[in-house]
Design a protein around this ligand. Structure first.
Ligand code: ADP
Ligand code: MN
Ligand code: MN
Ligand code: MN
Length: 333
């Protein structure tokens, strides 16, 4: 036990169209709680140089599985100096929406897909250029000819567990170098808090392996799967009745365009109607249908209750926006 410890302050910046994660370290005295802090918003697309201070307010903290010991990760929301949410802070509205409809106890399970790169080449693509054998054997595969990046993925999963994040599982995906981890089921904004910290851990542990992860929705053009963030959710009513699951799917259909507009940059390049997607400009739902916008898992039909899967969010979505909008739509649309 040292008399001081390290707190890694993590926040979401103002990069457009897709925000990036930033972090910096603060040394605290043993027993001292992580205080409000700040940063130079002119370097993160969150302020102008002559009025550059942006405030960091801790909203979620956990054990730091990289530094270990007493050290912690501190996820923050960004505020203006009058302590109101910064325009790029999407968490505040998510938390308010979840609070407004807290009585229905909406749980989320988010499947984060991502693609590993070594330099400009997806992991598993030939180093001399060109393409690997076509998709088919990579999904949930095993063996050095089909699976790429396992040591990093295992280290990431262990780190998420040690941090106490609600990680639900991992799998190798359809394109070589593509993987998925799931967070949930848990309420908003916690699901999104855990997802953002898990993303940060993925990038940070990737540094140690010389591998970068991207959430790009369509990292390789052509006959290669894109990367999504299927968002499974349930209210108390849905966990008790199949009809409530169908009602929620119908509500999503009434505001399909609004959801597509908030589900991540480049969504048209991924939701083409091919590669287990429905087109971005059409809405459909069905039991077991991986070509629908929204899938009702077969087990839910059998059980007559459960949850549904919104398959539309991109890998690069902001889970605060996605979970906020789903809660709003199923209760208010
Ligand atoms: P898929 O078959 O689409 O690949 P996954 O197993 O990857 O599904 O992900 C399913 C996700 O749904 C998991 O994160 C799981 O925790 C979550 N989930 C399970 N039950 C519920 C529920 N009742 N409400 C919300 N999420 C749930
Ligand atoms: Mn999955
Ligand atoms: Mn998947
Ligand atoms: Mn899925």
């Amino acid at each position: 036990m040292s008399d001081r410890y390290q707190a890694e302050y993590i926040w979401i910046d103002g990069t457009e169209p897709t925000a990036k994660l930033r972090s910096k370290t603060r040394i605290l005295s043993a027993g001292e709680k992580p205080p409000i802090w700040g940063f130079d918003g002119s370097s993160t697309n969150q302020a102008s140089g002559d009025n550059s201070d942006v405030v960091l307010r801790p909203v979620f903290q956990c054990h730091d599985p990289i530094r270990k010991g007493d050290n912690i990760l501190v996820l923050c929301e960004t505020l203006l100096i009058d302590m109101t949410p910064h325009p790029t802070n999407t968490r505040a509205a998510c938390a308010a929406m979840a609070e407004k409809h807290a009585a229905s106890d909406t749980w989320f399970g988010i499947e984060q897909e991502y693609t590993l790169f070594e330099g400009s080449r997806p992991l598993g693509f030939p180093s001399g250029g060109g393409f690997p054998p076509p998709q088919g054997g990579y999904y949930c595969g095993v063996g050095a000819d089909e699976v790429f990046g396992r040591p990093l993925i295992e280290a990431h999963m262990t780190a998420c567990l040690e941090a106490g994040l609600k990680i639900a599982g991992i799998n190798a995906e359809v394109m070589p170098g593509q993987w998925e981890f799931q967070i949930g089921p848990v309420v908003a904004p916690t699901a999104a808090d855990h997802l953002w910290v898990a993303r940060w851990l993925l990038y940070r542990i990737g540094e140690d392996f010389g591998i970068s992860a991207t959430l790009d929705a369509k990292p390789v053009a052509g006959d290669w799967n894109g990367a999504g963030a299927h968002t499974n959710f349930s209210t108390i009513a849905m966990r008790e009745s199949f009809d409530a699951c169908v009602t929620a799917a119908e509500a999503l259909g009434r505001r399909a365009d609004l959801h597509i507009a908030n589900y991540g940059s480049g969504i048209e390049s991924r939701l083409t109607g091919a590669h287990e997607t429905a087109r971005f400009d059409s809405f459909s739902f069905g039991v077991s249908d991986r070509g629908a916008s929204v899938r009702i898992p077969w087990q839910v039909e059998v059980d007559g209750k459960g949850y549904i899967e919104d398959r539309r969010p991109n890998a690069n979505c902001d889970p605060y926006l996605v979970t906020k909008l789903i809660i709003e739509t199923i209760h208010e649309a």
